[in-house]
Design a protein around this ligand. Structure first.
Ligand SMILES: [Zn+2]
Length: 216
């Protein structure tokens, strides 16, 4: 599934050489967390895992784990920083399509064998936004009781969605940010030689750095 964009991108690049690839991009995203000085700035948040492309991350590095379908941005200050509170931010304008709240949010282990356990695959608090072109952005492992919007709400880019937590299959407080496209399915917003050719960030930033915070 994460190869589709790569394949389609290569086809587009071959067939439409005269057109800029950016014209194919549709919804683009800003970094989905707060970059204020007491939040993710100054090393407060770090990339702990990128999407897995058959054993490599988008840049052909090893910052991934098998089957990982999104990007993990972890709080460098761990549970202390989670208790202080770090905001997850809407990466683009759209509608809150679905959300789940109320699950335990201080997980420090991953229970693959029991997905419905307190810290299993299906017990994360999450929000899913749908954007104008049908693309979706997914925000996982949220802190219990911090969601700022109800399902169906229209949310501008750059607004508070919820606090970072550690609900579901999570070994520590982090945001799992995932992208979905109606044609390609789940895919990687980062462009690189082991990923796809099209970046879906307004500003992708350096490898292991954080994307920019400019809204599309
Ligand atoms: Zn993840």
């Amino acid at each position: 599934m994460n190869r589709t964009l790569k394949t389609l991108g290569a086809t587009l690049a071959g067939a439409l050489l005269a057109l800029p690839l950016a014209s194919q991009a549709g919804t683009l995203f800003r970094f989905p967390m707060s970059m204020l000085s007491d939040q993710c700035a100054n090393g407060g948040c770090v990339v702990s895992a990128y999407m897995d492309h058959a054993g490599a991350d988008y840049a052909c590095g090893g910052v991934r784990y098998s089957g990982h379908t999104g990007t993990d941005y972890a709080l460098a200050g761990g549970f202390t920083k989670m208790d202080y509170g770090v905001w997850v931010i809407s990466a683009a304008g759209g509608t809150l399509e679905s959300s789940v709240d109320g699950y335990y949010d201080r997980c420090n282990y991953w229970n693959q064998n029991d997905p419905y356990a307190a810290c299993g695959l299906y017990t994360a608090n999450y929000m899913i936004m749908r954007h104008a072109d049908g693309r979706k952005s997914k925000y996982w492992h949220l802190k219990k009781g911090t969601q700022q919007y109800a399902r169906g709400a229209s949310i501008p880019c750059g607004n508070w969605l919820a606090r970072v937590g550690s609900s579901g299959a999570s070994t520590g407080p982090h945001l799992h940010f995932e992208f979905w496209d109606p044609t390609w399915g789940t895919d990687d917003p980062y462009a690189g030689s082991c990923g796809g050719p099209i970046s879906l960030w307004t500003s992708q930033g350096a490898y292991r750095g954080l994307p920019g915070i400019t809204c599309q």
